[in-house]
Design a protein around this ligand. Structure first.
Ligand code: IPM
Ligand code: MN
Length: 358
């Protein structure tokens, strides 16, 4: 009997549902060939539900999400909802309550994709960022004193636990071991200023590194990391960093790999339920027009299969995406692809079935 995975689908807001639909199309096209099956279960979450019911991600839904094998997310963010409510109430709540402590963001420039970096190509831009995903400045620790008065004080604390830091760093070393590059992990921090939090990161990094004598180590301050990502991205193999720095450097990463049209990420709990998403937002102005680029969502779907253990299915999808960007679509930008959203999904599905090699 073939394996069946139960996938929770959160299409979400704006163009989220349309891009995820293409990802599901591609997965459905390859599953039979690879001897597994996915059962997709829709979860109605996002701005519309919030405006109707005041609910973001109720605890009962969290309980349901704990029962699926993986979650496939489109986008969260609605123009009529105050910024922060849905992001915190849905995206961050899911990451925290499902303890998805890794945010895995590959930065890979595919052949045929334009990068804003002059004189850099696919051989230069190929690294992965392992971002801590449940601690740091994202914990919501802090508060106001004398709010709204001239004496107001606002405090927002970065929480870094030894255990949280260690499991993230350990994951990064494992990723480096599996990748076919230099076998190097770079710690990205700010040890010259964050002399408590990043002292813990640095000490933990050095201790964990002792267990991985086959992996090289390096360190770069976050500001220098941004500089090197632009100037010498080829220096990186795996970068490990805290939640806030990871958020910032992965947007830079997405840009050097060709933009939000192609950048995918995984919120991973290696022992639990992980959630995969295109990094870009809900792009509400393009909703329903069949112009948005679904490739980032398709890549997130491929990543989901990879983490579920369906490596050859994930490879089929990645190769098909590579072929589509190299030979088919004109641009990764919405409305400029030379194809519609659905047609790009069809192309990837067809090529993935053919099993193109690139
Ligand atoms: C991301 C996003 C989120 C984050 C926002 C929407 C809360 O920017 O996934 O990178 O900051 O983590
Ligand atoms: Mn971000």
């Amino acid at each position: 009997m073939s394996k069946t995975y139960k996938i929770g689908v959160i299409g979400g807001d704006g163009t989220g549902p349309e891009v995820v639909r293409e990802g599901i199309k591609v997965i459905k096209a390859v599953e039979g060939l690879e001897g597994f099956k996915c059962e997709f279960v829709d979860f109605d979450l996002g701005g519309e539900r919030y405006m109707k019911t005041g609910e973001t991600l109720p605890d009962s839904v969290i309980e349901d999400l704990k029962k699926v094998d993986a979650i496939y997310l489109g986008a969260i963010g609605h123009p009529d909802v105050k910024p922060g409510i849905l992001e915190k109430g849905i995206l961050l709540k899911a990451r925290f309550s499902l303890d998805q402590y890794i945010n895995l963001r590959p930065v890979v420039l595919y052949e045929g994709v334009e990068t804003p970096l002059k004189d850099k190509g696919p051989e230069d831009i190929n690294f992965t960022v392992v971002r801590e995903n449940t601690e740091g400045l994202y914990c919501g620790a802090g508060g106001f004193l004398k709010k709204g008065t001239p004496d107001e004080v606002a405090i927002q604390e970065s929480i870094n636990s030894r255990q949280g830091v260690e499991r993230c760093i350990r994951y990064a070393f494992e990723v480096a071991r599996q990748r076919d590059k230099e076998k190097k992990v770079t710690l990205c921090g700010k040890t010259n200023v964050l002399t408590f939090a990043h002292d813990l990161w640095e000490r933990t990094f050095n201790e964990v590194a002792e267990e991985y004598s086959d992996i090289k180590t390096d360190y770069a301050h976050v500001d220098a990391t941004c500089m090197w990502m632009v100037k010498n991205p080829e220096w990186f193999d795996v970068i490990v960093t805290d939640n806030m720095f990871g958020d910032i450097i992965t947007d830079l990463g997405a840009m050097i790999q060709g933009g939000m049209g192609i950048a995918a990420g995984g919120n991973i709990n290696p022992q639990g339920v992980s959630m995969f998403e295109p990094i870009g937002g809900s792009a509400p102005k393009y909703t329903g027009q069949n112009v948005i680029n679904p490739l980032a969502a398709i890549c997130a779907g491929g990543m989901m299969l990879d983490i579920l253990g369906e490596k050859t299915a994930a490879d089929r999808i990645e190769n098909a995406v590579k072929k589509v960007v190299a030979e088919k679509i004109k641009s990764l930008s919405a409305g400029k692809m030379g194809y519609g959203t659905k047609e790009v999904g069809d192309l990837v599905a067809e090529l993935a079935v053919d099993g193109v090699k690139v």
